[in-house]
Design a protein around this ligand. Structure first.
Ligand code: SF4
Length: 426
């Protein structure tokens, strides 16, 4: 552990130079399989086949819910005792399961074989399996693989790994084709809102992941990459290696973040400031009004972020600057400075923490007694039992929170636990 000194705040640089508390110890986070919950809703012709244990099946079913009347778009090929003991040929079994699945479900156009802790432990090579089966189904079903294992990862890395697996199969765009590529899963309603603003600005835009896995965006030297999520490090690097240029911007959370995010694209395309101001005027004003409703509840409240979703830094910026909260500690599983370069100068003085040693962090949290703690599900109940109010960070990934029209809803997610306790006290 290093850097335990209090952060040094410089108004001009925000948290850029603040010391970071780096911890390595026991962590309390979900694994990357969780990403299937929002990825399968987004790419409606894709299927996610987890190759894992009953625990993996249980996690994914309870997180995503069971669709009784719809055909599910995820499943688990369960590794049994004989597989785990190396007594069965897992590849043969997997091929059989995939053949049965694809025979029954002609609607599947892209199949992801998703690795797990057990498949990694027995060193089942899903890359080779995807290649082998991909050859068999060439022209009909694209078969890719990635790992959602919880070994040394946090849950949003599942989306990063999935999108990275798609990058090599993205079509090549002609060098003269200029467009913005918005990268990161967005709810369809949010994607439509952004689509309308980009259209008004006259900027061609593509979204990744797309709604249909067969309609992949084209990428090339004219692609400007605008990340919608701060946890897509690997995908961003892969896209850059395909020629895309990363636009540095805060993330589109809250009025300020959304404005700056859209402005980064507008500036890259030489859009006149007046045209930009006019395109965002109405939704930005609606968002300011919606956010202002929650300021009385949140202003001056002391917040503590445990590291979980990797959204912590942009959320802390939004809450501090637009709602007046006081940040006690902002933990994040990984601090990739390149991806939060435009965020850090905007985050007011606070203790940044990277990684986790959960017992030590719990001690700090309990000593600080924040008004609201943002944490994973596993920590929420114990902290509530200690009399602290909590917000589940996973809810922030499951809910539409990006863009102007969701800014009020985002503020409400943090205000609700505080309003509930105020009501209980009356
Ligand atoms: S991938 Fe690992 S952490 Fe995730 S449910 Fe399966 S066994 Fe648990």
């Amino acid at each position: 552990m290093t850097g335990t000194a209090l952060p040094v705040m410089n108004a001009a640089t925000g948290c850029v130079e603040a010391p970071v508390l780096r911890e390595r110890g026991q962590r309390e986070v979900f694994c990357g399989l969780t990403g299937i919950v929002w990825l399968h809703r987004k790419m409606q012709d894709a299927f996610f086949l987890v190759v894992g244990s009953r625990t993996c099946a249980h996690l994914i079913q309870s997180a995503a819910g069971v669709m009784i009347f719809a055909e599910p778009r995820f499943a688990t090929a369960i590794l049994g005792d004989r597989d785990l003991a190396g007594m069965a040929d897992c590849n043969e079994e997997l091929d059989r399961v995939v053949r049965e699945l694809l025979a029954r479900r002609p609607d599947i156009t892209t199949l992801f074989l998703v690795g797990s802790c057990p498949s990694e432990v027995i060193k089942l090579d899903l890359g080779r399996a995807a290649e082998r089966l991909g050859g068999e189904y060439a022209g009909r079903v694209r078969i890719l693989n990635y790992s959602g294992s919880g070994i040394e990862t946090t849950f949003t890395q599942g989306e990063d790994a999935c999108l990275k697996a798609l990058v090599p199969v993205l079509p090549e765009a002609p060098a003269t084709q200029e467009s913005v590529l918005v990268c990161g899963t967005l709810a369809d309603v949010v994607e439509d809102q952004f689509g309308r603003i980009f259209a008004e600005l006259g900027i061609p835009v593509q979204f990744f992941p797309p709604r249909r896995a067969t309609q992949l965006p084209a990428i090339g030297a004219g692609t400007r990459l605008l990340l919608a999520q701060p946890f897509l490090n690997e995908t961003a690097r892969a896209l850059q290696s395909r020629g895309a240029t990363l636009l540095s911007a805060p993330y589109p959370l809250g009025v300020e973040g959304t404005t700056a995010w859209l402005r980064a694209a507008a500036e890259a395309f030489g859009i006149a400031p007046e045209r930009f101001a006019s395109a965002i005027a109405a939704p930005a004003q609606r968002a300011r009004t919606a956010v202002a409703r929650y300021r009385p509840t949140l202003e001056g409240k002391r917040l503590f972020f445990f590291p979980d979703s990797q959204l912590e830094i942009p959320l802390a910026r939004f809450l501090a600057r637009e709602l007046g909260v006081e940040l006690l500690e902002v933990g994040t599983p990984y601090l990739d400075r390149a991806l939060v370069a435009a965020e850090l100068p905007l985050v007011p003085a606070t203790q940044l923490a990277e990684g986790q040693d959960v017992e030590k962090q719990l001690d700090r949290c309990l000593a600080a007694r924040p008004d609201l703690t943002i944490c994973g599900l596993g920590l929420a109940n114990p902290l509530e039992a200690e009399g602290l109010r909590t917000k589940w960070s996973i809810e922030l990934v499951f809910s539409p929170i990006h863009g102007f029209d969701q800014a009020g809803d985002l503020a409400e997610l943090f205000a609700r636990p505080l309003q509930r306790i105020a009501r209980l006290k009356v």
